[in-house]
Design a binder for this molecule. Structure first.
Ligand code: SAM
Length: 389
């Protein structure tokens, strides 16, 4: 048999030849992760598995597609995610039934909150069918899960009512500015701000409350939009949150000089609209909350670079093809798809999850270096569009 160069290797080599500056072999060996260990003695599923740093599993983020209709320069830059990019094929994705089964197993382990993400989750066909399935899952004490979704808002006008009817409880919409030219430059597909704002309006009309809007702040690119965004959403019932530009993945050419610290974001807003700090809603909430002194709502900041929160991280992630990742900045996952497709029982899978979580030791943000990829070891982090933001 003639040896054939793996598909990803040749794509990467082509990119190097074309001198594209940021090369990212994110699925270098076709997405197969480590095999999780079920262990020899099965124990009853329980919701207090601690990892090696004492962190308890509470949240699950599920990426339902690795595709997106935006090419945000900090997430899925055009130079890399072009027509040659090896997106997953349909059979590689977890099916709705597999996602629902896994969610239900995670709920027996104390997971209370599910966030669907991607890629752009609304691009997954019939997503509302999955939402309906997930809305039926009950915790061991009989409660429904907190079911939420993060979207770029581009097709929310079309989808909002169906999502609400299917049982989606909450929504986060990403929006990086109000200035059309800046926003178009950042999404890099010429998508207008007005259509995202219209999507948010459609979600409000459909009955979604306390919608969150996430703005990734890149110093020198959109930081001058901070106060305009605050002004726009102040008093609207929408909770605006500012995210520090993170070094997720290996493709966005991250550089600390482009990070604007959250405390600076708050200072800029406070100068115009006075703010005061308020308590977190619950332990482990990633956003720090601030409210307008005049009572017209709140904003939040997610300071994953300047004030890390690894020590209270309760999140696991399932990639589009069923790999479990323990950290947004991980470079390998655990292959739960193979486990799901190999006839294992729910209890065996629950044990594999507990063992995987118990061995967790990552705290990437606390020890982050100054570069996106670790130049000395050449190790690369998985992309956010695949693992789910
Ligand atoms: N397509 C959906 C969306 O736009 O919200 C969901 C996926 S997206 C990867 C999830 C979130 O991650 C978005 O709010 C996006 O702005 C954020 N994000 C992506 N890359 C980021 C980065 N390098 N730093 C900070 N946030 C990032």
């Amino acid at each position: 048999m003639v040896w054939q160069k793996p598909r990803f290797t040749s794509i990467i080599e082509n990119m190097v030849e074309k001198a594209i500056p940021k090369v990212i072999p994110i699925r270098i060996d076709e997405g197969k992760g480590l095999m999780p260990s079920i262990g020899t003695q099965l124990i009853a599923a329980h919701g207090n598995t601690q990892d090696s740093r004492g962190r308890i599993l509470r949240d699950l983020r599920i990426s339902v597609t690795d595709r997106c209709n935006f090419r945000c320069t900090y997430c899925m830059p055009k130079e890399v995610f072009d027509q040659n990019y090896p997106y997953l094929s349909h059979k590689e994705l977890l099916s709705f039934e597999e996602i629902a089964r896994l969610t239900s197993i995670f709920s027996t382990l104390g997971v209370e909150k599910i966030r669907l993400t991607g890629g752009e989750p609304l691009l997954r066909k019939n997503l509302e069918v999955l939402i309906e399935m997930l809305s039926q899952v009950r915790s061991p004490t009989g409660e429904a899960l907190d079911l939420t979704l993060t979207t770029n808002g581009s097709i929310l006008r079309k989808k909002a009512a169906a999502l609400k009817a299917a049982g989606l409880q909450r929504l986060t919409v990403s929006l990086d500015g109000l200035d059309d030219s800046i926003f178009k430059k950042m999404n890099d597909v010429d998508f207008p701000v007005a259509d995202v704002l219209d999507g948010i309006a459609a979600a409000q009309e459909a009955g979604f409350e306390n919608i969150k809007v996430n703005m990734v702040v890149k110093k020198g690119t959109n930081d001058h939009e901070i106060v305009a965004m605050a002004k726009h959403f102040k008093g609207s019932g929408v909770i605006l949150r500012f995210i520090e530009f993170m070094d997720v993945g290996s493709s966005n050419g991250w550089n600390m000089a482009e990070v604007l610290a959250s405390k600076e974001v708050i200072a800029r807003i406070h100068e115009v609209f006075p703010l005061e700090a308020i308590e977190a809603n619950y332990n482990g909430e990633v956003a720090q909350r601030w409210r307008y002194v005049d009572g017209s709502g709140e904003v939040g900041v997610i300071s994953s670079v300047t004030q890390t929160f690894c020590h209270e991280c309760s999140r696991a992630r399932i990639s589009t093809d069923g790999q479990m990742y323990l950290c947004l900045f991980a470079n390998e996952g655990f292959d739960f798809k193979t486990l799901l497709r190999s006839g294992k029982s729910d209890l065996e899978i629950a044990n594999a999850i507990m063992n995987t979580w118990a061995a967790r030791d990552d705290h990437y943000s606390e020890i982050r270096g100054s570069n996106t990829a670790n130049q000395s070891t050449g190790s690369r982090k998985v992309e956010m569009s695949y693992i789910g933001g």
